[in-house]
Write a protein that binds this ligand. Structure first.
Ligand SMILES: *Cc1c(COP(=O)(O)O)cnc(C)c1O
Length: 341
């Protein structure tokens, strides 16, 4: 039994998802003629209470398009210092949008009005880039899946808009956040101009992300998708997987959270583990004692067919998902207990 905890992107389509894909009605989506893509986009827009949606190959692309269409070159984007858009998108903000980034410390990745306010530049001063976007991430991957509540988001959004700023959400794992907060997905649309959601993470689709946006940004988003090479033809096979995932895999995310919580609890009792970040959703990040390295731990785990990744100098990350079941949890817990370093 191979246990792959490197990411929630490693899942394979279930037989039922596979069947939905094989039977998808398709057409050329660059001509706007793929009924499955159109259906997925409509579903995502209404799910989040927004007007429009654009299906893309990856979450990186949806984030990059979101920032691109909300900014003008030389602007500045405010975000958490460990944000995916800044840290894990290959410098895309610099290359695609020609913007600078103002990085905030946040409280486990969650930034607040108090922190944002003093970081908005003075538009009258030509020395300073024009602050134009506040970008949030929910859940925050760098901080072990910590999440914002809708109430916290509402405060930030109202403040940002009062300052003329636009709002982007990297909601790669938004449904993991909603599983915990019980906030309504359709409320989210009110507080953002663009929202990126990943179908290929916890929802278990093989490929795909969706940029949900206001109507006024849709044609710009489609143009940028084309420019970045993300216009796909008979993409309905992939969209069908996304539709299936939205219909069938949101309700089960709580199982991933429960297994992650069990892992976190067990790891915190192991002597060679220095600390475990609070486990709020489906991500467990722990750091190892001074005397050992993450590489040593990862190679011992690999001998037992357990895969995880290094996530910092001293840190290791485990992510639970659709293809990580109770028997795999038992095996993982047992192997961690046996592991001597
Ligand atoms: C995975 C992820 C993305 C997008 O990743 P892709 O691999 O490009 O689909 C964006 N934001 C966060 C927080 C993520 O975890």
């Amino acid at each position: 039994m191979i246990v792959d905890l490197r990411s929630d992107t490693v899942t394979k389509p279930t037989p039922a998802m596979h069947a939905a894909m094989m039977h998808a009605e398709v057409g050329d989506d660059v001509f706007g003629e793929d009924p499955s893509v159109t259906k997925l986009e409509g579903k995502c827009a209404s799910l989040l209470g927004m007007d429009s949606a654009v299906f893309c190959p990856s979450g990186t692309m949806t984030n990059q398009i979101g920032i691109k269409i909300l900014t003008t070159p030389y602007d500045e984007v405010i975000c958490y210092k460990g944000a995916h858009i800044y840290k894990y998108e290959g410098g895309g903000l610099a290359g695609n949008s020609l913007v600078s980034v103002r990085l905030l410390n946040g409280d486990r990745g969650r930034i607040s009005v108090d922190e944002i306010e003093p970081n908005i530049n003075n538009t009258q001063d030509a020395h300073q880039p024009i602050t134009s976007v506040v970008a949030l991430e929910n859940t925050v991957v760098r901080e072990a899946g910590s999440f914002y509540t809708l109430d916290q988001i509402k405060k930030i959004s109202q403040f940002a808009r009062s300052k003329g700023l636009r709002m982007h959400l990297d909601g790669a794992r938004l449904f993991n956040a909603l599983t915990e907060t019980k906030d309504k997905a359709e409320e989210y649309g009110k507080y953002f101009d663009t929202i990126s959601i990943c179908l290929s993470k916890g929802l278990g689709a093989p490929v795909g992300s969706v940029l949900v946006c206001k109507k006024e940004f849709e044609s710009k988003a489609r143009r940028m998708r084309k420019a970045l090479g993300g216009g796909m033809r008979q993409a309905g096979f992939l969209a069908a997987a996304g539709i299936y995932a939205l219909d069938n895999h949101i309700g089960r995310l709580k199982e991933d959270h429960a297994r992650a919580a069990e892992l976190g609890k067990a790891l915190s009792k192991i002597s060679w583990i220095r600390s475990v970040m609070p486990v709020d959703t489906n991500i467990v990040i722990f750091s190892v004692a001074d005397s050992i390295t993450p590489e040593q731990v990862l190679s011992k785990l690999a001998e037992q067919q357990i895969k995880a990744i290094k996530f910092g100098d001293k840190e290791i990350r485990l992510v639970t998902h659709l293809d990580f079941d109770d028997s795999m949890l038992e095996k993982t817990l047992a192997e961690f207990k046996k592991l001597s370093l």
